[in-house]
Design a protein around this ligand. Structure first.
Ligand code: ZN
Length: 318
């Protein structure tokens, strides 16, 4: 190839979502849960939750009707914190990024178990969030994901208080900011980065699918891979390094090598989702890029796949 190509690989997002491929029962936990369920306070708590249903729905509707796009959760956060205070949890505060935290002290209190729901919804400012009720169903943007979670958190906190459940560890009821879109989990990231308060265990309530429990984190790395060249006329400059050809070669090499990780072992995937660049059919492009998403339930596989991506992209320059 004549001319030089330049390769730029940008990692521009890492996130976590959730997966659960196989379910195995741990008998130890099953026994523990059965024992817990027979306790008087736990039975009372379940009854309190049923009795609180009208209040849960009221909280659900009223919080839904306060807009909360990512980065603009403040008004909803204040309202959520007020309701936690009314329930009488031991301490309520809003941290410097905007998360609402409510503490229910444990009798030992050495560990903190967090139960979270996100304060924001995916809908932009100005969306009509008035709740409409048809028969037994509530309709409004963001009512499921995840204002329902906030109403559940309030009811959980109230059920614990009213049934006088005393836990060994502290419970933190948390409404987090910036889960959706460009919020990029900023509330949760802030908590784990600062480790104040220290989080020992985390339960997130999210989405509207009741009955599904996810107990594994799925890591995702995302990249933009870009080849740049001088560009030129397809006939006049034929033979000049072509970024599209290099990109195609890079994808082909990557797919071949990645097979080692995707065909066996812990589930690992990749997807070239967007390819762009070029100006016309008879111009050698000066730029060619792709967006690629790599996922795995095993963190080491993500790092190995990253090495493969870098190596095969570099090899495509040759
Ligand atoms: Zn959500």
């Amino acid at each position: 190839m004549k001319g030089f190509l330049v390769l730029v690989i940008t990692t521009y997002l890492c996130l976590t979502c959730y997966a659960q491929d196989t379910i195995t029962e741990d008998i130890k936990y099953t026994r523990e849960i059965k024992k817990l369920a027979t306790k008087k306070q736990v039975k009372t708590a379940f009854q309190v939750i049923l009795d609180l249903e009208p209040k849960t729905i009221k909280n659900h509707i009223e919080l839904t009707e306060i807009e909360a796009p990512p980065f603009k959760e403040e008004i909803r956060a204040i309202e959520f914190s007020k309701r936690l205070e009314e329930i009488g949890v031991d301490k309520v505060w809003i941290d410097s990024i905007g998360n609402v935290l409510g503490l229910i002290k444990g009798y030992e209190g050495k560990r903190n178990v967090a139960i979270d729901g996100h304060l924001d919804t995916v809908f932009p400012e100005g969306t009509d969030v008035k709740v409409k009720i048809k028969n037994d169903t509530l309709f409004a943007p963001g009512i499921g994901d995840c204002t329902r979670c906030l109403s559940m958190l309030l009811t959980i906190a109230e059920a614990i208080k009213k049934s006088e459940i005393k836990t060994r560890d502290n419970i933190l009821i948390i409404g987090t900011v910036g889960e959706e879109g460009l919020g990029d989990l900023r509330g949760v990231k802030y908590l784990f980065k600062n480790n104040k308060p220290k989080i020992d265990s985390w339960i997130a309530i999210d989405g509207g699918n009741i009955g599904r429990v996810n107990n594994q984190a799925l890591g995702s790395y995302r990249y933009e891979v870009k080849f740049k060249g001088p560009g030129g006329h397809s006939w006049g400059a034929f033979g000049l390094a072509n970024p599209h050809h290099a990109l195609g070669d890079a994808i082909s090499k990557f797919v071949e090598k990645a097979d080692e990780y995707t065909s066996k072992g812990p589930k690992t995937s990749y997807n070239v989702g967007v390819i762009s660049g070029g100006t016309s059919i008879n111009s050698i492009p000066y730029e060619s890029s792709m967006l690629i998403d790599i996922r795995s339930v095993r963190p080491e596989n993500l790092d190995d796949m990253e090495l493969i991506l870098k190596k095969t992209s570099e090899d495509a320059l040759a």
